[in-house]
Design a protein around this ligand. Structure first.
Ligand code: NAD
Length: 290
């Protein structure tokens, strides 16, 4: 397949590499990165010319909108614009509407699985689009990932992503504050893990990504909290969940609190560049009500 790939950063570059390895004809464009395994175009519009599918993997919704403005008029009628970035639901829907008006198909397909999943080709894609568009891009998801869920119409992929990550942020905070409380109660961390991981408090953050060094699953906690999934990326996703909640008047008190805690941790404390599970040492150092 002839593919245009725009945004070749930490995630985009390994995703594009997997498409090239699978034999696809990929032309890339990025304002800063120049991976040597790809044919690079001089502009975004040039990268998409003649492509059946265009994949974007960009930092945010404003950049996606600007790139979409440039590439949509240059794309072949009937081609698919597949955005894999994590962006606000409103931008995803606006870009899809613009693409459809121009006679294109549009997919919002954010991913989970991080940089490791992108390199290994084991990402999970959550897609918002028509059945026809999903059928066209599904073979590419199979190369870049291990699972793709067709979540509904446009924006549904982004909605699934931010709801999932809102649960993830809240449950990481719950797991970390419980470990810090257990410490102060004199409860051994291993015993705490043995009980909770097999009781009703179990969760992905406790069982699969244990935030306490040397306990439970191997995780960034065992590597001095190097990401992994950086706190600032968790903050980005929690902020998107709160933007969405605001737009549709949804009550998300725990999501709001989690966003505020990660904002403080990243902007006012030492959270930037640390894995999002480093909330545990943060809570360890703190006292009640401060
Ligand atoms: P990144 O910053 O490493 O890559 C983004 C790339 O886009 C950069 O190379 C940048 O130069 C390029 N870019 C910026 N503006 C551009 C423009 N106008 N035209 C062309 N290229 C442009 O970010 P990343 O970690 O690869 O993340 C990409 C997206 O994936 C984000 O939306 C992020 O939230 C999401 N995501 C990231 C992870 C992760 O673990 N890193 C996990 C899941 C989802």
């Amino acid at each position: 397949m002839k593919i245009g790939f725009i945004g070749l950063g930490n995630m985009g570059a390994p995703m594009a590499a997997n498409l090239v390895k699978a034999g696809h004809d990929v032309v890339g464009y990025d304002t800063a990165a120049h991976p040597d395994f790809l044919i690079m175009a001089m502009s975004a519009a040039e990268a998409v010319r003649g492509a059946e599918v265009v994949i974007t993997m960009l930092p945010n919704g404003a950049i996606l909108r600007a790139v979409a403005e440039e590439i949509i008029p240059a794309m072949e009628p009937g081609a698919v614009l597949c955005d894999c970035s994590t962006v606000d639901v409103e931008s995803a829907r606006a870009v899809a509407a613009q693409a459809e008006t121009a006679g294109l198909m549009a997919v919002d397909a954010p991913v989970s699985g991080g940089i490791g999943g992108a390199a290994a080709g084991t990402l999970t894609f959550m897609a918002g689009c028509t059945d026809e568009a999903f059928a066209k891009v599904a073979p590419l998801f199979e190369i870049m990932g291990q699972k793709a869920v067709h979540c509904g119409g446009s924006g549904a992929g982004q909605a699934a992503k931010i709801c999932n990550n809102m649960i993830l942020g809240i449950s990481m905070i719950a797991t970390c504050e419980a470990f810090a409380l257990a410490d102060k109660l004199g409860l051994d961390r291993q015993k705490m893990y043995d009980v909770v991981s097999t009781s009703s408090g179990y969760s992905w953050t406790m069982n699969a990504y244990t935030p306490a060094p040397g306990i439970g699953a191997k995780s960034p906690a065992d590597n001095d909290y190097k990401p992994g999934f950086a706190s600032e990326l968790m903050l980005k996703d929690l902020n998107l969940s709160q933007m969405a909640a605001e737009a549709v008047d949804a009550d998300t008190p725990m999501g709001r609190k989690a966003a505020e805690l990660y904002r403080r941790y990243v902007e006012e404390e030492e959270g930037r560049g640390k894995d999002f599970s480093a909330m545990l040492p943060r809570f360890e150092k703190r006292h009640r009500g401060k």
